[in-house]
Ligand binder design. Structure first.
Ligand code: PGA
Length: 250
């Protein structure tokens, strides 16, 4: 089974999100082969959960606060997302880290908050272009992994997914420099190995960064790549359906 996760970011508004999900829900997929997660904006979130209820889609939050409730203006907690039907939550997406200034410590707390309320965190990690050029890719990933996994004891019911998203490969308004599948495959193997220091669980690792319907197969046909996190290409009906169908046919 491969994970196909749609990160709609702030690309589409409430009405566009509802329209897109209403079209997508006409499609059925083989859920033995693909798990399709939709990560809509927070305004559309509850309605997307209602519209997808009883369909093959599951829903996740794009970001969560690390405390369940309290004086945190503007924040929405992992607990609140869980309460209205989230299964997953993205944590530490590079746009949260580099635009909104989230630290590894914030990310650790958010992962824990998700696990505490029964959400599956999708922990996003990835090096910047500068890290890559300075030969610090592994250093960056090592730190991001260590901060979350050190001292973390997953119970049998708790799960976590890692999304490897090189920051330089995430598209900006449709333009992205993709990290090729061979390169991604190498990094995924490295991450799997690194995780052995902390857990004997088999943690799924998905790839994200400029994936589209033409390239999805080159990634998920590799054994180390357990799925994809798709931004831009998941916000358009035709491209997303064709991407899912390609993944399902493998
Ligand atoms: P992209 O975004 O597919 O538009 O590069 C991926 C992501 O940021 O999750």
């Amino acid at each position: 089974m491969k994970y196909i996760f749609a990160n709609w970011k702030m690309y589409i508004d409430y009405e566009e999100s509802v329209e897109l999900i209403n079209k997508l829900k006409q499609e059925t997929f083989d859920i033995e082969k693909v798990e399709i997660g939709i990560f809509p904006n927070t305004i559309a979130f509850s309605d997307i959960v209602k519209i997808t209820s009883g369909t093959d889609y599951v829903v996740g939050a794009q970001n969560v606060a690390w405390v369940p409730a309290g004086a945190y203006t503007g924040a929405v907690s992992a607990y609140m997302f869980k309460q209205v039907g989230a299964k997953y939550a993205l944590v530490g997406h590079s746009e949260r880290r580099y635009i909104f200034g989230e630290t590894n410590e914030d990310v650790r707390k958010k992962v824990k908050a998700c696990l505490d309320v029964g959400l599956i965190p999708v922990l996003c990690i990835g090096e910047t272009k500068e890290d890559l050029e300075l030969g610090k890719r592994e250093y960056r990933l090592k730190k991001q992994i260590m901060k979350v996994f050190e001292g973390l004891n997953l119970s049998d019911e708790q799960n976590i997914i890692i999304a490897y998203e090189p920051v330089w490969a995430v598209s900006r308004g449709g333009i992205g420099q993709s990290c090729g599948p061979i390169d991604a495959d190498d990094v995924h193997s490295w991450i799997k190995n690194e995780l052995r220091e902390y857990t004997d669980r088999n943690i799924p690792i998905i790839y994200g960064g400029s994936v589209n319907s033409d390239t999805v197969e080159t990634y998920i046909s590799r054994g180390t790549i357990d799925g994809v996190l798709v931004g831009n290409a998941s916000t358009k009906y035709e491209s997303f359906v064709s991407l899912i169908k390609t993944a399902e046919a493998l």
